[in-house]
Design a protein around this ligand. Sequence first.
Ligand SMILES: *[C@@H]1O[C@H](CO)[C@@H](O)[C@H](O)[C@H]1NC(C)=O
Ligand SMILES: *[C@@H]1O[C@H](CO)[C@@H](O)[C@H](O)[C@H]1NC(C)=O
Ligand SMILES: *[C@@H]1O[C@H](CO)[C@@H](O)[C@H](O)[C@H]1NC(C)=O
Ligand SMILES: *[C@@H]1O[C@H](CO)[C@@H](O)[C@H](O)[C@H]1NC(C)=O
Ligand SMILES: *[C@@H]1O[C@H](CO)[C@@H](O)[C@H](O)[C@H]1NC(C)=O
Length: 295
Amino acid sequence: MDLWQLLLTLAVAGSSDAFSGSEAIPATLGRASQSLQRVNPGLRTNSSGKPKFTKCRSPELETFSCHWTDGVRHGLKSPGSVQLFYIRRSTQEWTQEWKECPDYVSAGENSCYFNSSYTSIWIPYCIKLTSNGGTVDQKCFSVEEIVQPDPPIGLNWTLLNISLTGIHADIQVRWEPPPNADVQKGWIVLEYELQYKEVNETQWKMMDPVLSTSVPVYSLRLDKEYEVRVRSRQRNSEKYGEFSEVLYVTLPQMSPLACEEDFQFPWFLIIILGIFGLTVILLLFIFSKQQRKEN
Ligand SMILES: *[C@@H]1O[C@H](CO)[C@@H](O)[C@H](O)[C@H]1NC(C)=O
Ligand SMILES: *[C@@H]1O[C@H](CO)[C@@H](O)[C@H](O)[C@H]1NC(C)=O
Ligand SMILES: *[C@@H]1O[C@H](CO)[C@@H](O)[C@H](O)[C@H]1NC(C)=O
Ligand SMILES: *[C@@H]1O[C@H](CO)[C@@H](O)[C@H](O)[C@H]1NC(C)=O
Ligand SMILES: *[C@@H]1O[C@H](CO)[C@@H](O)[C@H](O)[C@H]1NC(C)=O
């Protein structure tokens, strides 16, 4: 620990009276290093400080973008020194020269965006990052391998039917494909995975992937509230995109009896009938006794 860190540690410890006992030291150190990171962002990254590719993604098989980590050296960021170059193989040969990224802006900081003019499928691309002229990272891929669609939108549901016992219901869930995916002309074929759970459960139930944009979900309990979400991937690909927004499903409430379990239903009736029957017998008994007295 250098002097600077020690001073910060003392400053943070001094400014807080929330700590006590043995827990104080790690908590204080954690906070001190957090403040240090704000002061000196270089500590956040790997000590080598070299930028690295984090992700390349095509949302719709028409454009793609690649992102990389901040290149930071000795805490001093030198903007403009990191560059991305790419080559792609056209027909037979690699175009021999590396070309620089066409657009550093559209996909955000530390990224390169390839619009549709720069995107070809079934063609290998190689990309490399250079920092002050030296190559620091490199990778190769084909655009169809990096497809991760945007989330499906417009989730909604309709009731299919309710069981005779009034305990379970089936619903149909519908959604729309991500707006930027050209599924109409068949440029991209998506398959969808629906997941659902009771609101208070932690584990999502997964359904098998489907090519349609609607799917029935069976046997939901009328007395529970459910959450449903859908994600998609290019057909036969591995990587899914992000999940849609969660759809909340509150089923229509039936009569109070509907909330009882199957097997409780007859017992409930039998007990009421039993009490009613006993009361009638008792009344008849009293009535007949009184009549006998009067006679
Ligand atoms: C720094 O990056 C190298 C590869 O670039 C990795 O092997 C190493 O584990 C990283 N170190 C830390 C502390 O993250
Ligand atoms: C792609 O970007 C270039 C400039 O970087 C621009 O000239 C071209 O029109 C763009 N193509 C499309 C389809 O937007
Ligand atoms: C779902 O559909 C119903 C009826 O068709 C409509 O009233 C409701 O606004 C829709 N919900 C959403 C989130 O689109
Ligand atoms: C809904 O109806 C179908 C047949 O029409 C039946 O198979 C299914 O079990 C019913 N669902 C419930 C919850 O009763
Ligand atoms: C979920 O749990 C909370 C507290 O445990 C409860 O108040 C709420 O009614 C539950 N919601 C559902 C839909 O079961």
